[in-house]
Design a protein around this ligand. Structure first.
Ligand SMILES: [Zn+2]
Length: 347
């Protein structure tokens, strides 16, 4: 960026201009967060480094426009730009800032070039190459992150459930009359009652969302799948005879991963921190590993306002509907939340 002046008034203007420019780059980038660096140099580098997200441009704490070395010397651009890039990455990742470069032109004019592996033999070239080298590491990191979180910008459109999981047939089977318990005790009649509520919940979804199988909102398909699986488990249990009841080979009641109800594998409870609250949710092994590694788990993404002209994708649990209230079984049985929320005609 040519022509940045070091006079105070000009610095002030450039500060405002670069911050605004960084923000408009953020707005057109469609990323959750971007990092931007502006730099110019004649003798020492004047640098503006920003992290931009929804809350606006931020300057990392130890970032100075005129960055100095350990020995308090102004840094040349080929050291300042990689330093600022690494500082931005460290800030975004929440790790320690990088150490200030060793740079003291009094020692030996060329030393820092060799010491920092910048000896390209072409003074203009090495500014560019040093910057590019730092940028390559950065780009790889940004791409990785963008890839990892790409799901967040789009509505969930998979996996296909209607055909692959034979949902219409499962739905029909689930709505058949429930068998009376083979072992008619209190526990079995409680399961029978639950079966009735599952049936009511399925009927409510179909009545409220007749296009559940084709809707761009995949949450209805996930709910139908979860309910029909619960129904199959209930039916099987109702048919257990008194002698079979005591055996150890009981099928586990189906549980569903909070983030994505179709995730498979062992599901277990997880204390999930959300701001100051801790919620206990059911998660699969993969989501547990993601959360423990500090990542966000891929989540069922649904339209923020169903029916609105502009479709904005949000995690299903950010809405205010029965699926969010239940967390697909993490907070309340799905059928109970649906019967309560949809049954009264509100959603
Ligand atoms: Zn999961």
């Amino acid at each position: 960026m040519p022509g940045l002046s070091n006079s105070e008034a000009a610095q002030d203007g450039w500060g405002r201009f670069t911050a605004d420019f960084a923000y408009s780059m953020f707005e057109s980038a469609k990323a959750e967060q971007i990092i931007v660096i502006f730099s110019e140099a004649e003798y020492s580098a004047s640098t503006f480094a920003y992290i931009v997200d929804d809350s606006g441009p931020r300057v990392p704490r130890v970032s100075d426009q005129l960055q100095r070395s350990k020995t308090n010397r102004f840094l040349p651009v080929e050291l300042a730009v990689p330093y600022h890039l690494n500082l931005l990455i460290a800030t975004v990742k929440g790790t320690e800032p990088p150490p200030l470069p060793d740079f003291d032109p009094r020692a030996d004019e060329d030393d820092y070039i060799q010491a920092n592996g910048l000896d390209y033999g072409d003074p203009d070239g090495f500014v560019f190459k040093a910057t590019a080298a730092a940028a390559i590491g950065l780009t790889a990191w940004v791409l990785l992150r963008r890839n990892r979180y790409a799901w967040r910008n789009n509505l969930t459109r998979g996996p296909e459930l209607v055909r692959n999981r034979r949902l219409p047939q499962a739905l029909e089977a689930a709505l058949r009359e429930l068998p009376d318990p083979a072992a008619p005790d209190e526990e079995m009649w409680a399961l029978h009652d639950r079966g009735r509520r599952v049936q009511t919940a399925i009927t409510e979804i179909v009545a409220t969302h007749p296009d559940w199988a084709t809707d761009i909102d995949f949450s209805h398909r996930h709910a139908i799948l979860a309910l029909t699986e619960t129904d199959r488990w209930l039916q099987k249990h109702l048919q257990r005879t008194p002698s079979a009841k005591g055996t150890k080979t009981r099928d586990e009641e189906p549980r569903f991963c909070f983030f994505f109800p179709t995730h498979t594998g062992a599901i277990s409870g997880f204390a999930w921190r959300q701001g100051t609250a801790v919620l206990t949710i059911n998660v699969c092994v993969d989501c547990r590993a993601d959360l423990n590694a500090g990542h966000e788990s891929e989540c069922l993404m649904v339209p923020k306002a169903p029916g609105a002209k502009r479709v904005k994708a949000v995690p299903y649990y950010q809405r205010d509907d029965a699926y969010a209230v239940s967390g697909f079984g993490s907070f309340a049985d799905l059928e109970d939340a649906i019967v309560t929320k949809m049954g009264s005609g509100r959603e």
